[in-house]
Design a protein around this ligand. Structure first.
Ligand code: ZN
Length: 356
């Protein structure tokens, strides 16, 4: 697993790569991490990157600067359906989506949150301590209203719509932002949340920080000369096995990180069920999955029993990247960091047809 050619030009790669490899080694030693230990360690060099192994990233944060004004309320936002929402109090916030929760905390406003949905996993120690209102797409009004919120905030993924109508009917403002499957999403959501919470300047600062990281990751991606074909699989055991095509957040991430979305190349739009035909058409150099998804199929060995996958370049070389779902798909404040991780992994992946 040692192919570091450290020329000054690529020193950033080398540094990050060394950190990742170092931490991966550590993770193998410390936790009997099934994915990591089941890979043939020294023989080949599979690109295996997982959030637990990646270096702890510094969370983006934009708390109050000395002398900066307290939250300015009432505030007004225009939601994703063009509706104007006025917010009088942020004393008790319920957040409906993991990316929105992460943004609230990154804005330094986490102390006002009284409840979160089950996809809210970051920052871990803070979100774990909060009441869980259930899954973002299957919310219930009773659970949310029982927390006496003064603001319910989320993005367009939150639902079902009847539940949101019920909450509004109870007199609680429900502010939902757009969440497009593009790299404009972090900025849009950060600005929306910051505006709703009456701290627009903090929002501008956080968005600038996140965009600078995205730009740096794109610079890294530009150095990839032969882009690998990357197949993203959404897995929940054997019941749910889907491929990501075009018009998905992960498509935007793969392309920005310097890869080719093998699902989109195989003609898939949005998410479609995985089939042997798709695998054959896609011929990925690397398979990208969520950590929970990989776990749900029994690690890398289980993954490679999916018909056809073992015969692809990625399968033969056991080149699997597994990352945390909110980190990779959330389009939140850590988007630039996730992109950089992907770009480094893709840089190390020989594209099909090229010399390994
Ligand atoms: Zn979202």
């Amino acid at each position: 697993m040692t192919r570091f050619i450290c020329r000054p030009r690529i020193s950033i790669y080398c540094l990050r790569r060394i950190l990742i490899v170092f931490c991966l080694g550590l993770a193998v030693l410390l936790s009997a991490c099934s994915a990591a230990t089941s890979s043939p360690a020294a023989t080949s060099s599979p690109v295996l990157l997982s959030s637990t192994a990646a270096p702890a990233s510094l969370p983006n944060e934009a708390g109050a600067l000395p002398g900066e004004a307290e939250p300015q309320l009432p505030s007004t936002v225009v939601d994703y359906q063009g509706e104007r929402i006025t917010i009088d109090s942020i004393e008790r916030i319920v957040s409906l989506n993991g990316d929105i929760t992460e943004i609230i905390f990154a804005l330094g406003m986490g102390e006002y949150v009284v409840g979160v949905d089950s996809s809210s996993t970051y920052p871990p120690e803070r979100t774990k301590a909060l009441p869980d209102i259930g899954y973002q797409r299957r919310l219930s009004a009773e659970g949310i209203l029982a927390l006496n919120p003064t603001l319910v905030i989320g993005d367009e993924a939150a639902g079902p719509p009847e539940v949101l109508t019920q909450i509004r009917a109870a007199g609680v403002p429900v502010a939902l932002t757009a969440d497009p499957p593009t790299l404009d999403s972090p900025t849009q959501k950060i600005q929306f949340v910051a505006q709703a919470l009456g701290v627009p300047q903090r929002g501008e600062r956080l968005a600038a920080q996140v965009n600078a990281e995205i730009a740096r990751a794109r610079d890294l991606a530009q150095r990839i000369t032969s882009p690998p074909h990357v197949l993203f699989l959404y897995l929940r055991g054997t019941d749910v096995q889907q491929v990501a095509g075009s018009n998905t957040p992960i498509d935007a991430m793969i392309v920005a990180a310097g890869g080719l979305n093998a699902g989109a190349e195989a003609g898939i739009v949005e998410f479609k069920p995985l089939s042997p035909e798709v695998v054959i058409a896609a011929q990925p150099d690397v398979i990208l999955v969520l950590e929970k998804g990989l776990e749900s199929v029994g690690g890398i060995d289980g993954l490679l029993t999916i018909p056809g996958l073992g015969d692809t370049p990625a399968g033969k070389q056991r080149r699997i990247i597994a990352l945390d779902d909110l980190y990779l798909l959330g389009m939140g404040p850590r988007t630039g960091q996730a992109l950089a991780d992907l770009a480094i992994a893709f840089y190390e992946t020989p594209a099909r047809g090229s010399q390994p």
